[in-house]
Design a binder for this molecule. Structure first.
Ligand code: ZN
Length: 453
């Protein structure tokens, strides 16, 4: 009798053990994020789980559920070679994703944690689709790639599922030829807030306006290589987009302007197909001279912005027939293409800093003894800036000559790409156990590797 009860006891403990293993492995499978680190901007608003039902391929998807507006990300550091184009892809599905204040820049996307570098963002509800994120490693040797629901300064609610991650390194394009594009938007039709009141603004460009944009682009493509002594050349395309711009972005310093998000839906098919290195958007907007100072803070161009990693500039036609900024005249303006050059130089200024160079600020011409000329503006300053020929403390300073070959990552860099062995999923139980063991060791021996986004 004693022997039998011993056997029964053993059988019961084995059953309990099996149940415990099954439950543990289920819990493990549901919450295992492999080597990804989860982080949130506020605690208690996000559930991170693995989903075995809603999935794209065999592997359980990674699900982020934001029950309220917040920013949530899971990310992993990967090693990169400096100055190389990289491409991160995944599959993504979204359900009821909404951004706080209806911003266009938040949602489900891929990003580099801690930076504003990101892919396009998804909102609303849609089935599995491809998501691609291009970036240039610049002077970095490590980046923290994140799959996110929210944004760098945005908050989103809803659910996003991510799956099938892949990273590729492309071939660096060292040519000094820049492929540029100018999207001309002859119509804007927007609602803006002025002194707390909604105003409707509807403006058109005239055919003369469009002609002067085209003339200046043509002048610019010649003068830029002259000014920089052929350190770079450009080729460019223009497109007239007749659909009106329907939203504007706003910041305190500049007033209203056109951001990448305001025109994404109209231009992205061109950008994806043609692999541009720089993007201009030209449009007409109100000017102070008409007593209509409601929209902008007295600028005709804005630069240093980016469109998913590609330099992005605004070219504004003032709403004023007496403004000669874009008109060639041999008595008072022989450099009407100046605004195109000036705004592109803001991108080279920004790139130089992001590659780790110290360069003078583009607006600091007075500090180095230059002044604006009535006839050709700051042409002399731009020439010395681009040729690293500004005298300062017995040295010559300006843009580094390599900067002309450092171009944004885009589709063209990936014809002959190499897939990286990162974000690997364990394939079988032995790998799962090995993976679990290595994670436990990591937890025991590293204090924290948690990153704040
Ligand atoms: Zn400027």
């Amino acid at each position: 009798m004693r022997k039998r009860s011993h056997i029964v006891k053993n059988v019961i403990s084995i059953i309990i053990l099996i149940i415990a293993i099954v439950i543990t492995s289920k819990i493990y499978r549901k919450y295992n994020y492999n080597d990804f680190v989860k982080s949130v901007s506020e605690i208690g608003k996000t559930n991170f789980t693995r989903d075995s039902e809603e999935k794209y391929s065999k592997m359980d998807s990674y699900k982020i559920e934001n029950i309220d507006y917040t920013d949530a990300i899971f990310s992993q550091k990967i090693s990169v070679i400096p100055n190389r184009p990289y491409k991160v892809t995944c599959k993504v599905k979204v359900q009821d994703v909404e951004n706080l204040d209806n911003t266009k820049s938040g949602g489900a996307h891929i990003s580099i944690n801690g930076t504003t570098e990101r892919s396009r963002t998804l909102t609303g509800t849609s089935d599995w689709q491809d998501l691609t994120f291009y970036f240039n490693s610049k002077n970095r040797t490590e980046v923290n790639i994140g799959f996110r629901l929210g944004g760098y300064s945005e908050k989103s609610k809803g659910t996003a599922w991510f799956s099938d991650f892949q990273v590729e390194v492309g071939i660096e394009n060292t040519s000094n030829k820049w492929k540029m594009v100018c999207f001309i938007f002859p119509n804007i039709d927007v609602n803006v807030e002025v002194n707390g009141k909604q105003e409707h603004v509807n403006l058109q460009m005239t055919s003369d306006d469009i002609m002067s944009i085209r003339n200046n682009l043509s002048r610019y493509s010649t003068s830029i290589s002259q000014i920089c002594n052929n350190k770079m050349t450009i080729e460019y395309e223009t497109y007239i987009i007749s659909t009106p711009i329907r939203t504007l972005s706003y910041d305190e310093e500049n007033g209203y302007y056109v951001s990448a998000d305001d025109v994404y839906e109209y231009i992205n098919s061109y950008v994806e197909k043609n692999s541009y290195d720089h993007i201009y958007v030209a449009f007409r907007m109100a000017d102070k001279q008409k007593g209509n100072d409601i929209l902008v803070n007295d600028w005709i161009g804005l630069g240093g912005m980016d469109y998913l990693g590609i330099g992005f500039s605004n070219i504004r036609m003032p709403d004023d027939e007496n403004n000669y900024a874009y008109q060639y005249n041999n008595l008072f303006n022989t450099f009407p293409e100046e605004v195109f050059l000036h705004e592109f130089l803001h991108t080279l200024e920004r790139n130089s800093k992001e590659y780790g160079y110290e360069v003078p600020a583009l607006h600091d011409y007075k500090k180095y003894g230059y002044s604006e000329n009535n006839i050709d503006g700051l042409k002399k300053w731009y020439a010395d800036y681009m040729n690293c020929n500004i005298s300062y403390a017995k040295n010559k300073i300006g843009l580094p000559s390599e900067i002309y070959t450092y171009k944004p990552a885009n589709n063209a860099s990936f014809t002959f790409s190499t897939k990286l062995d990162v974000f690997k999923e364990p394939k079988n139980i032995i790998e799962v156990i090995g993976n679990l063991g290595s994670r436990v060791r990591k937890m025991l021996f590293s204090h924290t590797s948690q990153d704040n986004s």
